[in-house]
Design a binder for this molecule. Structure first.
Ligand SMILES: Cc1ncc(COP(=O)(O)O)c(C=O)c1O
Length: 394
């Protein structure tokens, strides 16, 4: 038998990489009893009332197993419009502005496919969420890193933004509170970015998994979609994954200008048809039953944040860090001797059985840092830091 070459795969697929977060998670899965602070997967179970409400609908609703309209169930879109008005004071129309998605990853992917032609540029914060970079590349777009400085507390540096904008720039991606730094970006910076985007006719894509989780400087959180003057340039995406402990349900929504909805809906329909209907029913329950469970999660995450900061304070010879204000990540700088954040993380896994994500998974500015997710149970945080203390005696 002659050997057969495997059929070719696209250059686009070959150009992208699996995220550094998942890569570390897969390495850790081969080792027993790892204390993992790698994955931003909250420990919470989907709240009882959401699960029970869905259970009842499974019995009573003959359409529960069927497709929904591509932009989602009208009653969920109406609930989203109400929620958006409550959160921002800006009225949006469920039919003209809202699309229900299968989570923000799918929503962002559909948006990137809608705004990027090959060679177009999209500005992303560095450090920032690594999957955005892969998705932009998958569209043959060019991610343009916008470096943030730890010395500035990981705040946006709007002075440097205009220098990154070219004829090919199409959009700026923002996540606040930030993954991986936990920074809540300041209102004045966001307003100035809004002005710059409007002047250059760019979209701002606001990927928002975390605004419900803020601990410090809570009043600083500002949603750019609350300014109607930017509504033609901002696409806002919210996910149920974190705030409602529904990451496996794959549900989110986007609020976008009317013409953008028309365009992105074609991409959404061509690639997924609709978000899972059963998850849309769960989302409707999550939005209509009030925010009690969200506040409870935030409270617990706040305690875990205090714990991880306390534990970091006890190992100043290993890490230095900026206290996270929101989300559930801390992005410490490695003070202990090391070559790269990748080497450090692999060694920490192999020698101490503690899994963290190397900072370079979030961009070049993340070198010499690691990301730790503190959405895991307190026992796990303590186990990881007991091991770190043993591995790096003072
Ligand atoms: C910035 C950001 N966007 C998107 C996601 C994924 O969201 P979803 O589960 O809605 O796809 C995450 C999850 O960690 C995230 O941090």
């Amino acid at each position: 038998m002659h050997s057969v070459k495997p059929p070719a795969v696209s250059q686009r697929a070959r150009n992208i990489a699996i995220s550094g977060i998942k890569e570390m998670a897969m390495r850790a899965a081969k080792i027993e009893d790892v204390a993992s602070l790698t994955w931003g997967l909250p420990s919470f179970r989907t709240p009882d009332h959401i699960r029970q409400g869905v259970e009842a609908r499974l019995e009573s609703d003959p359409d529960i197993g069927k497709y929904a309209l591509p932009d989602g169930l009208p009653e969920l879109r109406a609930a989203v419009a109400d929620e958006h008005f409550r959160a921002t004071g800006v009225a949006v129309d469920r039919d003209r502005n809202v699309i229900i998605t299968a989570g923000n990853m799918q929503g962002m992917n559909a948006l990137f496919h809608t705004v990027i032609d090959p060679g177009d540029e999209v500005i992303v914060t560095d450090p920032g969420f690594s999957s955005h970079i892969q998705q932009i590349r998958l569209c043959n777009g060019v991610p343009v890193p916008w470096p943030l400085a730890e010395s500035g507390g990981w705040e946006l540096d709007v002075e440097t933004l205009p220098g990154l904008i070219t004829e090919r720039t199409r959009a700026i991606v923002l996540v606040t509170p930030s993954n991986p730094t936990g920074k809540i970006f300041a209102e004045d910076q966001l307003r100035r970015i809004g002005d710059i985007a409007r002047n250059h006719n760019l979209f701002i894509l606001l990927d928002d998994p975390y605004h419900h989780f803020t601990y410090e400087n809570r009043a600083r959180y500002f949603n750019l979609t609350s300014l109607p003057e930017f509504s033609g340039h901002v696409a806002y995406l919210f996910t149920f994954s974190k705030a409602h402990a529904m990451s496996g349900w794959r549900l989110g929504y986007m609020v976008v200008p009317e013409e953008l909805k028309r365009q992105v809906l074609k991409v959404h329909d061509a690639t997924i048809i609709c978000a899972p209907r059963i998850s849309q029913v769960a989302g409707l329950i999550a939005l209509s039953e009030g925010p009690a469970h969200v506040a409870a999660f935030e409270n617990i995450l706040g305690q875990r944040r205090d714990l991880i900061c306390d534990r970091l304070d006890r190992v100043p010879h290993v890490f230095d860090y900026v206290k996270p204000e929101g989300a559930y990540y801390v992005f410490p700088r490695i003070v202990a001797a090391h070559e790269t954040s990748q080497d450090f993380s692999i060694k920490l896994l192999e020698e101490a059985r503690v899994c963290v994500t190397p900072g370079t998974a979030f961009g070049a500015a993340g070198e010499h840092h690691v990301r730790m997710a503190f959405c895991v149970a307190e026992d796990m945080i303590n186990k990881a830091f007991d091991r770190i203390e043993r591995n790096f005696p003072k």
